[in-house]
Design a protein around this ligand. Structure first.
Ligand code: ZN
Length: 184
């Protein structure tokens, strides 16, 4: 089956607040496996369900597999929430839903995240540095927040302008290639 498409800014679906998951059924298990497939294919180190258009509280994270000698060891988290956070750090972030942009974001340095796994078992994860950043970034997606909502307004508006220009160019290119085609 084809990989699910990752929504890109400014798609309005990225701004929705996702719903908590009740029963973990086959649809949720399938969605988790779709998310992993997309994350490893892109490649990325985290992905949230709303990024593929599903407004439910499900994320996948694997911050080690892309390191030298790293193996795939994903966390699949249902209804993740940050229950403790400590310290601050600045990390340069990017996002599969925010093309061609990176920026420094201030986050908590360490977090404790409570979630359920796909068997419904409650987990608590103590994360720091990159893994903590990634968990905060993905949980933000569940609340309709992108990392560009956490940078200065100036930097954000420069990106938004650049992105709009790129989208206009794409549209013009598409318009050129389909000119003369029958409109049915
Ligand atoms: Zn993201």
């Amino acid at each position: 089956m084809a990989l699910r498409e990752v929504l890109q800014f400014p798609d309005a679906r990225l701004k929705r607040v996702s719903k908590p998951i009740g029963e973990i059924d086959d649809a949720i298990r399938q969605l988790a496996s779709d998310l992993l497939e997309v994350m490893y294919d892109e490649p990325g180190i985290g992905l949230a369900a709303p990024q593929v258009g599903e407004a439910v509280r499900l994320i996948v994270v694997d911050t080690e597999w892309s390191q030298p000698g790293g193996e795939r060891n994903p966390l699949v988290l249902v209804n993740p929430e940050i229950v403790e956070s400590h310290g601050t750090l600045v990390w340069t972030e990017g996002c599969l839903s925010v093309p061609d942009f990176e920026a420094d974001v201030t986050r908590a340095e360490r977090v404790r995240v409570r979630a359920r796994d796909l068997d419904g078992k409650t987990l608590e994860i103590d994360a720091e540095e990159l893994q903590a950043v990634c968990l905060q970034h993905e949980i933000d997606h569940l609340d309709g927040i992108l990392f560009i909502d956490r940078i200065s307004r100036l930097k954000r508006s420069l990106y938004v302008q650049k992105r709009k220009k790129a989208l206009r160019r794409e549209q013009e290119d598409e318009g050129a290639s389909t000119a003369g085609a029958a409109r049915l």
